[in-house]
Design a protein around this ligand. Structure first.
Ligand code: ZN
Length: 350
């Protein structure tokens, strides 16, 4: 901090006591702020905006209004800070007597230091000033992503599936800030812009009620044989909500070689054998008469006809990739009481 005529001041405490102000140095007057902003270009909108991570960013200072012992000295823009000095100097001169032409006036926010060259740097007085600062301040803040929950019958009751991760957005808020002697007395929101769009998190909330299987588990799980027997295969798509096409996958896909024999899982009657027009391709469906129905889709060939009675282990067709399919596999369906249930619960993952 520099003061008059080369004198170096380390602390304000070294200075003579300030004269007591005539009245309360400031009353914030609403009207003045508006005037200042009207008369001081340029507008904030024309300023380049930069993105920072910190909360408070660029500060565009429109101008200062300097008051000396309660009366206005003048308005100056930030660009012309020296004008503060000359304006204050003029004012000080007008007080005459003890404050002749001062060689140096140091603008230090609240204080103007007046010194005279003939006193070789001695500080004559410390005159209390009040400085009103009006500026625009841009602040960046996060716009919290929301969680949008949508009920879905593609997902079982009690389960949720996140179909899109949320991401917070970035808001730019511009405030008009008025300070008096470095202390904020008012803040006014001028504009708010969405710099980065927020992405809400999208969650499916399951509504599908799973069918309850008969209480006698041994009867259910012991009553079937696996339709591909001991042929090499693996589960390529499980039962339930399927993310890639946002669908409910109503069976289990067992990938296997083309032509692998497919056997009836239990005794029953063929209720469908032929080309299905909903995407199953060549399809066989067997009603086992105990509440269970099994289905065998995407077959390359069909070995039964509608109405046939089949025994457990009879071949009903061969693995293929007909219908809505991208590779050789058996889409195996199990229905109980008319509702789809998870084939893996009965046949395992192989
Ligand atoms: Zn499938």
């Amino acid at each position: 901090m520099t003061a008059g005529a080369g004198a170096e001041l380390s602390e304000p405490a070294d200075l003579p006591a300030a004269p007591a102000p005539a009245a309360a140095p400031w009353e914030a007057e609403e009207g003045e702020v508006t005037e200042i902003l009207v008369t001081l270009p340029p507008s904030f909108a024309s300023q380049p905006k930069a993105v920072f991570e910190e909360d408070v960013e660029e500060k565009y200072i429109y101008g200062y209004e300097v008051k000396f012992n309660g009366s206005s000295v003048g308005l100056v823009s930030e660009k012309d800070k020296n004008a503060v000095n000359s304006a204050v100097r003029e004012k000080v001169e007008s007080f005459g007597e003890g404050a002749e032409l001062a060689d140096t006036l140091t603008f230090e926010g609240k204080f103007i230091l007046v010194s005279q060259s003939s006193f070789a740097g001695e500080i004559l007085s410390r005159l209390e000033l009040s400085v009103k600062t009006v500026r625009c301040e841009s602040r960046y803040s996060a716009e919290k992503a929301e969680v949008i929950q949508t009920p879905s019958d593609k997902v079982f009751l009690g389960d949720t599936v996140t179909v899109a991760e949320g991401k917070d957005g970035l808001l730019l808020s511009v405030y008009r800030v008025t300070e008096i002697n470095g202390k904020t007395v008012s803040e006014e929101l001028i504009s708010r812009t969405e710099v980065e769009k927020k992405q809400d998190k999208l969650v499916l909330v399951g509504e599908r009620v799973p069918v309850s299987l008969p209480a006698d588990k041994a009867e259910v799980y012991g009553g079937f044989i696996f339709p591909l027997a001991d042929a090499p295969c693996y589960v390529s798509s499980t039962f339930g909500y399927r993310e890639f096409d946002d669908s409910f996958h109503n069976g289990t896909d067992y990938a296997a070689d083309f032509g692998t024999p497919v056997y009836s899982a239990a005794d029953g009657v063929v209720t469908f054998a032929g080309e299905d027009d909903t995407g199953f391709g060549n399809y066989v469906q067997i009603d086992h008469g105990n509440g269970f129905v099994t289905g065998y889709a995407h077959l390359s060939s069909i070995a039964v006809r509608p109405g046939d009675t089949v025994r457990q282990g009879d071949q009903v067709g061969s693995v293929g990739s007909t219908g809505y399919s991208t590779g050789n596999h058996l889409h195996l369906l199990v229905k109980y009481s008319g509702e789809y249930t998870d084939p893996q619960a009965i046949f395992g993952s192989r």
